[in-house]
Design a protein around this ligand. Structure first.
Ligand code: MRU
Length: 368
């Protein structure tokens, strides 16, 4: 996607063929800084401090973290150490574990002397697969948007509500929840997006709004609490969100507050879709509520807020009184019964064990 007219991915290898470049998402939308990662520690820090975030991008960064580790030392011991280091950076997005396992499996078959090249080649493959997957999600989601548009008066946009950032910044490119929106917009269809601000870290207000501004997608940023009211008044045609982990029975963990949007959507008969690459499905678990680990982050993400001050500088201020405790659960689980469908790279499935098994029979068989 474009930033100030220039095409970017969210992660790429420098011209020197080994250093890894990322966009520091903690500074967006006010500052666009490209950061260079040279060690596995750098990659781990970029993930845990959320310079990079979003399940697919966490997976891609993990893969390059392994590459950087192998460049320093390509032994089995070093591979093991890098695996352990990266594994604990963020607990909920299953893409992290998926990418680590895929890299380790690929490298275990390769002699040490060829491991660096093999690692970079495999990480590049993960990135290009992510883009192709998201484009496919875009095509399937666009069909859905077209159907909804055909039931609306001509010349009126399809109003989509999204939560957090499941856009190109959360992936290598295109995004998951945003891919149908970009596909529709590029095809000349009218869309308008309600962008939840997504407290406490404001990924919607900061990142999704930044993306849509840059790509010229009509959008309106809203306080997280407005969604229900908009749905009651017919202002939302459908919701599309992303996911950090989807269970084999179709429960979905996504950014905190997603569940409340799904409840409001159900109450108002608004279709609620989740867009996901199959790398986000954890085939080993069924019951999302009890089996998905939910990340808890530092309370200062709730008690403080960062933005641009009058002098144009990024500044952090305290919102809450001294002495008030704050809880910061980063994700919640939306049960499959509240989800109208899962938009995957293979098509749209019912959010259920049988729906997912029909689209991905090879995994369903293994997980039994
Ligand atoms: O804490 P974050 O910003 O990593 O959370 C991101 C989300 O919740 C996204 O919706 C999810 O990772 C899907 S990204 C395509």
């Amino acid at each position: 996607m474009k930033v100030n007219g220039v095409e970017y991915r969210t992660i790429w290898v420098d011209d020197d063929g080994w250093r890894v470049k990322i966009i520091d998402q903690t500074r967006l939308p006010h500052e666009f800084n490209v950061i260079t990662l040279t060690t596995a520690d750098d990659a781990a820090r970029a993930i845990s401090t959320m310079m990079v975030r979003g399940a697919p991008l966490i997976g891609a960064t993990t893969a390059y973290g392994i590459c950087l580790a192998m460049r320093h030392d390509a032994s089995d011991t070093a591979l093991d150490q890098a695996y352990k280091l990266l594994k604990h950076t963020r607990p909920t997005a299953v893409n992290l574990q998926w990418a680590l396992n895929a890299m380790r499996q690929a490298l275990n078959k390769v002699e040490e002397t060829h491991r660096v090249d093999a690692a970079y080649a495999f990480a590049a493959k993960i990135c290009s697969a992510d883009i192709a997957t998201n484009q496919a999600i875009g095509r399937h989601g666009f069909e859905l948007l077209r159907k909804i548009a055909s039931n609306k008066p001509a010349g009126t946009p399809v109003n989509i509500l999204t939560h957090c950032n499941a856009g190109w910044l959360a992936t290598v490119d295109w995004g998951t929840a945003t891919a149908p929106i970009y596909t529709a917009h590029n095809a000349g269809s009218l869309v308008h997006v309600w962008v939840d601000e997504t407290r406490p870290r404001n990924q919607g207000a900061a990142l999704t709004a930044f993306e849509f501004n840059q790509q010229g997608i009509p959008h309106t940023v809203i306080a997280d609490n407005l969604g229900g009211h908009l749905m009651q008044h017919g202002e939302v045609d459908l919701c599309i969100v992303g996911t950090d982990r989807t269970t084999a029975q179709g429960d979905v963990a996504n950014k905190i507050g997603t569940y409340l949007k799904a409840l409001a959507a159900k109450d108002n008969g608004v279709p609620f879709y989740v867009a996901l690459p199959s790398s986000t499905i954890d085939w080993s678990i069924g019951d999302g509520l009890n089996e998905i680990p939910i990340e808890q982050r530092a309370s200062d993400e709730v008690t403080h807020i960062t933005g641009r001050n009058e002098e144009g500088k990024l500044t952090t201020v305290q919102l809450t009184p001294d002495g008030s405790d704050a809880a910061n659960y980063a994700f919640d689980v939306t049960p499959a019964r509240l989800i109208s469908g899962l938009i995957t790279e293979r098509g749209i499935s019912e959010a259920s064990a049988s729906g997912l098994a029909a689209l991905f029979p090879e995994h369903a068989k293994l997980s039994r």
